[in-house]
Design a protein around this ligand. Structure first.
Ligand code: FES
Length: 204
């Protein structure tokens, strides 16, 4: 569930860009006109990207108006999912999964590497405003745990050293490899131990 602290500043003006308005038409076309409220989630995602990574009240209101819902209904949805940010986040939004598989495979080491590199703890933003760290539940990539999501990308199989390297490359703006830090293709780390044969034959 999302952090329920809501930024109530109404200083942030928000209107959808022309490109976004075109996108909204395409999104709304996917739903029957009397069910356009169902488009609320993709529109929230679009509004968040337009607003620079978070949803000010004015953006929630704009979405509510597009889908014909009361502002409060839109806020209920936006405050439920961690994918929507109700407060500004840094240029790099780090989402650390701490659910059991990631925790067992070292998510605490990732947290330590982030703290040692950026001096931020969960739910904090670095002093320069570039990095925000948010704890989240399962990101659906447990097979390559532990996982750190950075903006839209998943970094998998991380440990203390590879996390530090990743943060440094984010700071410098150098090229990064998304996915498994060990080039693992969703296989068990030490090879398969079950389902080794089909109809009595050994798999190659
Ligand atoms: S437990 Fe971390 S991705 Fe599922």
């Amino acid at each position: 569930m999302s952090n329920l602290t809501i930024n109530t500043s109404d200083q942030f003006e928000f209107t959808f860009s022309k490109e976004a308005e075109k996108e909204i038409i395409l999104i709304l076309k996917k739903y029957p006109p009397e069910r356009k409220a169902s488009a609320v989630m993709p529109l929230l995602d679009l509004a968040q990207r337009e607003a620079g990574g978070w949803l000010p009240i004015t953006a929630l209101e704009a979405v509510a108006q597009k889908v014909g819902l009361a502002y409060m209904r839109v806020l209920e949805i936006a405050s439920f999912y961690t994918m929507y940010n109700l407060n500004p986040v840094g240029k790099w939004h780090l989402q650390i999964c701490g659910t059991t598989p990631c925790w067992l495979r070292g998510s605490d080491d990732i947290l330590k590497a982030i703290y040692d590199t950026l001096q931020i703890k969960p739910n904090e933003t670095s002093k320069n405003g570039d990095f925000t760290l948010t704890p989240v539940e399962c990101l659906g990539a447990c097979v390559n745990a532990p996982i750190l999501q950075v903006n839209d990308d998943f970094y998998e199989d991380l440990n203390y050293d590879t996390t530090k390297k990743l943060i440094e490359s984010l700071k410098k703006g150098t090229k990064r490899k998304v996915g498994s830090a060990k080039n693992r293709k969703s296989d068990p780390e030490n090879g398969a131990t079950v389902l080794l044969s089909i109809k009595g034959k050994k798999n190659a």
